[in-house]
Design a protein around this ligand. Structure first.
Ligand SMILES: [Zn+2]
Length: 252
């Protein structure tokens, strides 16, 4: 039994350096190391159940999440995770209804990147991957009028559940931004939601603002290998201080 459990957040997996990508070799070796150390994946919605029912987390488990829905989730991460019997939750930015009605094969591009196709999403779904909502157009929800924010949240859920024929239970706030009003809308429509608060989840975590481990801070072999060791909580604390300072400057 353990009191803390990490939810890892990835975006794109590619060798071109960027703030939202991690090299495929680092991903492959990092996942292999976690597997060899006895780590296995839990579903994100299981975490919400553990917290709700006040049951301690099992040892040597973690959760994998991917935000946005880049094609590299299918091309790079899926074959590796499949090999180890691991699963993940992928948060999809699905585009507005008009675009989805056109039967667009791929999700609309974010930042010029190639996104997942619904065919790829269905294939991953068949092996146990879960899909959560990440809005229609990836806005900062806190800057939208309430009606528009509600439509971004609820319409994206509807498009995914209609297309895949499954209930959509989890949500991820674009840029990690939310306020009480946004959290309240999400609470009425989802089982849990992920924020970008840096940290591991505990029994005290808010299930509508779950902490996550942004893999930007672990994008080299040496740093990835810290996950699952006793150094991990120390390293997380060390990176969260400059991050909070940066946020303070951003809003000052
Ligand atoms: Zn995003």
């Amino acid at each position: 039994m353990t009191s803390l459990l990490p939810i890892l957040t990835f975006h794109d997996i590619m060798n071109r350096p960027s703030v939202i990508s991690i090299p495929s070799e680092v991903f492959r070796k990092g996942i292999d190391k976690l597997y060899q150390s006895g780590y296995r994946t839990l579903r994100l919605t299981d975490i919400a159940d553990f917290i709700r029912s006040r049951v301690p987390f099992p040892d040597r488990f973690f959760v994998l999440t991917f935000d946005d829905g880049y094609a590299s989730v299918y091309n790079e991460a899926f074959p590796i995770l499949n090999r180890y019997g691991m699963s993940a939750t992928v948060f999809l930015t699905v585009g507005d209804e008009k675009a989805s009605r056109k039967g667009r094969e791929r999700l609309p591009s974010l930042g010029g990147r190639v996104m997942l196709s619904w065919e790829e999403i269905r294939e991953m779904q068949r092996t146990g991957f879960e899909f959560g909502a990440h809005t229609l157009t990836h806005p900062d929800l806190t800057r939208l009028p309430p009606d528009q924010a509600k439509s971004e949240i609820c319409e994206s859920k509807k498009i995914i559940s209609d297309t895949l024929g499954i209930p959509v239970k989890s949500f991820s706030y674009p840029y990690g931004r939310y306020n009480e009003q946004i959290r309240d809308i999400v609470r009425q429509h989802f089982v849990c939601a992920c924020s970008d608060k840096l940290g591991a989840v505990s029994r005290k975590s808010d299930i509508y603002a779950l902490e996550r481990v942004e893999m930007y801070y672990f994008r080299s072999h040496n740093r990835f290998n810290i996950i699952g060791t006793s150094l991990f909580p120390w390293y997380m604390r060390a990176v969260s201080i400059p991050r909070r300072f940066k946020r303070y400057l951003q809003y000052a």
